[in-house]
Design a protein around this ligand. Structure first.
Ligand code: TMP
Length: 369
């Protein structure tokens, strides 16, 4: 058992889990999440690859793109097609095989100081190091930053995307707090930590993906930061994002959700409505266990991932099944756990709404619509 407790480091302002789950327990040959499971994320990574391709084509040095946490190769596939030198690295061997099958140059492993040293030795410096939804999962930040320092070309960019503390707090997205998410980054904390390793934040961009993320670009100390770095850091200071008072107020709202969400489910049961969970996300484990929602309140969760179907949710034992194909089998209400893919899901599930189905959401507020 691991206690899901969050704290803030007073010196570098990093909000983080107090207890870490060993990465080998989570990221291994059974890792079930595939980047390609979301159409919107596929498009997002294609667009990002285009952006990098355009910038790299202007540069003097030959591009070399390294992605850690490359998953099933969705992002690197674009570079493989263009014949760009690239390398993906990921501890999930099952997904690395899928990446290789897409024509991506990928290998099983962890990104750290040692592997970065091997890569630079065998293939030379990387012009871009990229990581999406991966860096915040790695307990040993120091090893990653040292690896980046070794591997990155002199004018290279380390670009990463992770859930943003600002969005988590303002939207009360408390389910972003789960075992894999060790850190809840902000522009302030990333700049402070990067500087300890001779690097700094040179650009920051707010993204709508996964319920609100920042795309951080880290470079070397001689590189000039964009205006957005100054603006976002100033905004975080003014809003008191890292203050203990602000974080305690967030914790209070989270406590309120813990009472309210099961209450709404009990009311729906009393009214004779059938409810099913939409997507057995990693985030849903936090919601179910924290709010005490078991199979009496939520008899089933549907998910598209074959490896998850037929399994039970951790701690709460709710069965996970494939989505019903026939509209007679739709529940009255779907509790939307994959709210970070809301737009894509609600558009695709128009038949559910059309036959009178209702969505129950809990981020940013508890709503039935
Ligand atoms: P995550 O939120 O932990 O990244 O996981 C997303 C889960 O949601 C994954 O198991 C696949 C599932 N999913 C669906 O079942 N239907 C969908 O339309 C989408 C986008 C995801």
């Amino acid at each position: 058992m691991f206690e899901l407790k969050v704290g803030i480091c007073e010196s570098c302002q990093l909000v983080q889990l107090i207890n870490e789950v060993p990465p080998e327990m989570m990221f291994n040959s059974h890792y079930p999440f595939r980047t390609s499971s979301s159409q919107r994320m596929q498009q997002h990574f294609r667009e990002m690859a285009l952006k990098i391709t355009a910038a790299e084509s202007q540069a003097d040095s030959a591009p070399f793109i390294v992605e850690f946490g490359c998953n099933d190769g969705t992002f690197l596939e674009s570079f493989a097609r263009l014949g760009f030198m690239h390398l993906g690295i990921d501890p999930a061997s099952n997904l690395v095989s899928e990446a290789v099958a897409r024509g991506v140059n990928a290998r099983t492993g962890w990104f750290n100081t040692e592997t970065a040293a091997e890569i630079v030795e065998s293939a030379g410096p990387a012009t871009v190091i990229y990581a999406a939804n991966t860096f915040s999962h790695i307990p040993d930040l120091a090893s990653v930053f040292r690896g980046v320092d070794l591997l990155l070309a002199e004018d290279g960019r380390f670009i990463f995307e992770d859930p943003y503390l600002g969005d988590i707090v303002t939207k009360c997205a408390f389910d972003q707090i789960y075992d894999e998410h060790i850190y809840y980054f902000s522009a302030t904390s990333i700049d402070l930590v990067a500087r300890k390793f001779g690097l700094k934040l040179i650009d920051v961009e707010h993204l709508g993906t996964h319920g609100g993320q920042l795309r951080y670009t880290v470079g070397r100390l001689h590189q000039t930061p964009s205006r957005s770095v100054v603006d976002v850091i100033e905004n975080e200071r003014q809003s008191g994002l890292h203050s203990v008072e602000r974080l305690k107020a967030f914790a209070q709202t989270v406590e309120f959700r813990r009472v309210e969400l099961p209450k709404v489910l009990r009311e729906l049961a009393t009214a004779g409505k059938t409810v099913a969970g939409y997507a057995a996300t990693a985030k849903s484990a936090t919601v179910l266990n924290y709010c005490g929602i078991d199979r009496n309140l939520l008899p089933v969760i549907y998910d598209t991932t074959p490896e998850k179907q037929g399994q039970l949710t951790p701690g709460t034992g709710i069965p996970i099944k494939a989505f019903p194909q026939r509209s007679e089998e739709f529940p009255d209400v779907y509790l939307l756990f994959a709210w970070n893919h809301e737009e894509e899901i609600i558009t695709r599930e128009s038949a559910f709404r059309a036959q009178g189905g209702t969505w129950l959401k809990f981020v940013p507020d508890i709503t039935l619509s």
